[in-house]
Design a protein around this ligand. Structure first.
Ligand SMILES: Nc1ncnc2c1ncn2[C@@H]1O[C@H](COP(=O)(O)OP(=O)(O)O)[C@@H](O)[C@H]1O
Ligand SMILES: [Mg+2]
Length: 296
């Protein structure tokens, strides 16, 4: 099987591991930097060039889309789809998952519980709006942002107001979300592959930090996921239309609350915390998709 991994950097842990495990499984694996892909758009006969070489004879694509150059990278995935090459995640759902607000709306509309959230552009009655999401402290979240950047802890109404003003003046939008205090700087990261949770950990933020992201110094520990949480994770991924994703879940006093569905989850922390071979699981799934497409 010939597998393409799209990734900005070959040396990143997750990319390296995908290549390694793909080769261990006997596949031919190549990494393409999406920003070095030239997309030729011609009615009927699209072409994708890498350097000046035409990319062809690929069985399946494993996309790793960084937070930079997202739009271009998604265009590359769309082009590969147009070329008839199956992809672990399709471009539509990847784009959908990138939009945190749209994603929350989608999840909530499908009956998946998320923390109470609101978004407004209207600078009046902030106090009344805050009351609707449990008052202060509150969490403010930029619509984009990842690895904990763009997530703000606002202690008081005055700090909420000043952050909103700043963000609005930059022409950006920001969500106001209930601070789930009982999650105590922890959350659950569940890796869903082919519709099921295949690996998961609890992440514990470092002392004094409400964000549990590994990139913010959080540490992961292996966890046996309660069935209710596993079900919520699979449903969330399905709702967004992804086949593979990392789902972030807060443990609230009323049960699981989904905060994020990440379509390109890194898994260095997850492999370290659990000892699971996540890279192998992903490449096995990719190969399964490739085989299915070949039979058609
Ligand atoms: N509503 C909330 N209440 C308490 N903690 C939260 C809340 N939202 C996020 N967090 C913490 O902040 C971290 C980052 O939030 P998340 O929405 O996953 O953004 P990012 O894309 O930056 O990872 C989460 O892993 C969690 O630990
Ligand atoms: Mg997150």
């Amino acid at each position: 099987m010939r597998i393409l991994v799209t990734s900005r950097r070959k040396r990143l842990y997750s990319t390296r591991r995908l290549v390694e495990e793909g080769r261990n499984l006997g596949h031919e694996v190549e990494v393409l930097d999406p920003l070095k892909c030239v997309l030729q758009i011609t009615t009927g006969t699209p072409k994708l060039l890498y350097g000046m070489r035409e990319v062809r004879d690929v069985d399946v694509v494993v996309p790793r889309i960084s937070t930079f150059a997202t739009a271009y990278s998604i265009a590359v995935i769309r082009h590969l789809d147009w070329l008839g090459i199956p992809c672990v995640n399709d471009h539509g759902p990847i784009a959908r998952a990138r939009n945190k607000l749209g994603c929350l709306q989608l999840l909530a509309s499908r009956g998946i519980r998320v923390p109470d959230t609101l978004i407004s552009r209207y600078p009046k009655n902030i106090d009344l709006l805050l009351d609707r999401v449990g008052g202060t402290p509150a969490i403010l979240k930029l619509l984009r942002g990842t690895q904990g950047t763009g997530v703000i802890f606002a202690e008081s109404q005055a700090s909420v107001e000043s952050v909103l003003e700043t963000i609005w003046s930059l022409g950006e939008d920001i969500m106001v979300q209930r601070f789930v205090a009982e999650s105590k700087g922890r959350d659950i990261r569940a890796m869903v592959i082919d519709g099921e949770v295949r690996s998961c950990m609890r992440r514990i933020g470092r002392e004094g930090e409400f964000r549990s992201n590994i990139h913010r110094g959080g540490v992961g520990e292996k966890l046996k996921l309660p069935r209710e949480y596993a079900r919520v994770a699979s449903r969330a991924v399905e709702a967004v239309g992804l086949r593979l994703a990392g789902v972030d879940i807060l443990e609230s006093s009323e049960g699981p609350l989904v905060i994020e569905v990440n379509s390109s989850p890194g898994f260095q922390g997850l492999e370290a915390a659990t000892g699971d071979n996540v890279a192998r699981m992903i490449m096995e799934f990719a190969a399964k998709l490739g085989r299915k497409a070949r039979r058609r």
